[in-house]
Unconditional design. Structure first.
Length: 158
C-alpha cells in the first residue's frame, strides 16, 4: 500500500480480494453495512474476506461463511468500534488493515453463531416511498404514467 491513505482498490487487495473481484466490490465500499443487501454476491465476497482477515487477527470464532453473523459483528465492533454498521465498508476494511499492521490480536468471542440483526433500522428511501411495490418497480409506474398521459391528452372528437 502507498504511504498516503490507501485507495479503495488497495484496501480490497489488502484483505486478499483479487483485482478482478475488487472491480466488482469497489462500488459497495462507500455504503454502510446497514444499508447493503447481505445476499448480494459482492457483499458475500467482501464479508468472506473480512471474516478471513478477522480470523487471521485471532478472532478464531468467526466462521468463514460470507454472512454477517453475531460472531463477525462482535469482531467488527471490537476492531472498528460500536458504530461499525453505520460506517462505510471501507472504514471497516481500513480498520482491519490498521490492526494487522499494528500487530493487534483479537480474542475469540463466544456467542451463539446466529444471523446478525442491526440494532436500529436505518431509514433509507426516497420521495416515492409512498408507492406500493409492484413487479417491475419504477419502470411499471413510468409505463402506467405514460399510458395515462396518452389517454388523457388526446383530443376527443365525438
Amino acid at each position: 500500500m502507498s504511504a498516503a491513505s490507501p485507495n479503495l482498490r488497495e484496501l480490497l487487495t489488502g484483505i486478499g480480494i483479487g483485482q478482478f473481484n475488487a472491480t466488482m466490490v469497489i462500488q459497495y465500499m462507500l455504503i454502510s453495512p446497514a444499508t447493503t443487501d447481505p445476499k448480494s454476491a459482492q457483499i458475500i465476497l467482501l464479508v468472506q474476506h473480512i471474516q478471513r482477515a478477522l480470523y487471521e487477527l485471532g478472532a478464531t470464532s468467526v466462521a468463514l461463511s460470507g454472512r454477517l453473523d453475531t460472531q463477525t459483528a462482535a469482531a467488527l465492533e471490537d476492531v472498528v468500534g460500536p458504530n461499525w454498521e453505520r460506517m462505510p465498508w471501507s472504514a471497516s476494511v481500513a480498520a482491519i488493515l490498521t490492526a494487522r499492521k499494528q500487530g493487534r490480536r483479537l480474542q475469540p468471542i463466544l456467542l451463539a453463531n446466529e444471523p446478525y440483526t442491526p440494532g436500529q433500522p436505518t431509514a433509507v428511501g426516497g420521495p416515492l416511498d409512498f408507492l406500493p411495490d409492484v413487479p417491475g418497480g419504477f419502470v411499471t409506474y413510468g409505463v402506467a404514467a405514460y399510458l395515462l398521459y396518452r389517454h388523457f391528452s388526446r383530443k376527443r372528437h365525438a
